[in-house]
Design a protein around this ligand. Structure first.
Ligand code: ZN
Ligand code: ZN
Length: 301
């Protein structure tokens, strides 16, 4: 295995979540897409949309022989290349919403899949979001006429589709999908615009729960109701939550997140943060969070 075990305490001064999780470093060889069966989360990047010193918050989930890339932003293809992996080797994708730091490399995946490696990747996607992703993002670069048929290409010409199943009776719209041994719950979030009042009146965005253990917010405004209601439904061990260090904007700010209960903050690792993170690292610990997430290490469960 191309990995070296390291002590979690070296990274985060915490005790609460280490019983669930250890951090394992990539040792410089090619990023593996399989493992011995443990649930493993690898953030290709952990930075904000406009980061220059990190990569964008895109998450590779690996479990046994199964893998899934959650979001595929503008810098994702390059980041994977630097980890020894061609983006065409990623077989399964899930996209949380349509900002470029989450969809920016998808045109490359679509076109190289169809015309270079001639292999369709798979996307876990609801019908409603497929329409948005195709019409508002991908169609511009991928919808041109097929040279053979003369017809406009469609999403299904580029992608195999796994359709998540809608789950009735949840606090907000929620779907379930299984990718091999990986179980996913997909729930709506409120992310844009910055004055969005609720998940159902904001532009389409979502977060995920993995194996009923890990909650990943993807991008959302501060939304304590989301955390509270899904915490009651699932035995969540660790929450990876986006964070910005200023108020306003379309993400939960550090000053808002600090109002969450201590028990939640103790298992919350912050993601999607800005390049000025060093100025806030001490505060993050003082407020009682598990810490700032690290890109390009394995969080193993
Ligand atoms: Zn983002
Ligand atoms: Zn976003």
């Amino acid at each position: 295995m191309p990995i070296i075990e390291i002590n979690l305490k070296l990274f985060h001064n915490i005790t609460q979540i280490e019983e669930f999780m250890k951090i394992v470093k990539l040792n410089g060889k090619k990023l593996p897409l399989t493992n011995n069966g443990e649930l493993s989360l690898f953030f290709v990047g952990i930075g904000s949309a406009f980061t220059k010193t990190l990569y964008q918050t895109n998450l590779l989930v690996v479990k046994g022989k199964d893998h899934l890339l959650v979001d595929c932003g503008t810098k994702c293809s390059q980041a994977l290349y630097e980890l020894g992996l061609d983006i065409t080797e990623i077989e399964n994708f899930l996209i949380t919403h349509s900002h470029a730091d989450h969809v920016g490399s998808l045109e490359e995946v679509s076109l190289t899949g169809r015309y270079l490696v001639k292999k369709k990747p798979t996307m876990i996607i609801t019908e409603a979001y497929q329409q948005i992703l195709w019409d508002k993002s991908l169609r511009g670069g991928c919808g041109f006429s097929d040279p053979k048929t003369g017809k406009e290409a469609s999403f299904g010409d580029y992608w195999n589709i796994i359709r998540p199943k809608w789950l009735p009776g949840y606090p907000r719209e929620t779907w379930e999908a299984n990718l091999g041994n990986i179980n996913l719950k997909i729930f709506r979030t409120k992310h844009v615009p910055d004055n969005a009042r609720n998940w159902d009146t904001s532009f389409w965005s979502s977060g995920i729960i993995i194996d009923n253990r890990i909650l990943f917010s993807a991008d959302t405004l501060f939304d304590p109701d989301l955390i509270d209601s899904y915490e009651k439904l699932f035995p969540i061990e660790v929450i990876f939550h986006d964070c910005q260090f200023f108020k306003g904007g379309v993400h939960a700010s550090l000053e808002e997140l600090k109002n969450l209960p201590c028990s939640i903050k103790a298992k919350m690792i912050l993601t999607h943060y800005g390049d000025d993170w060093k100025k806030f690292e001490k505060k993050v610990k003082e407020y009682g969070f598990a810490g700032l997430g690290k890109q390009q290490v394995f969080y193993q469960f």
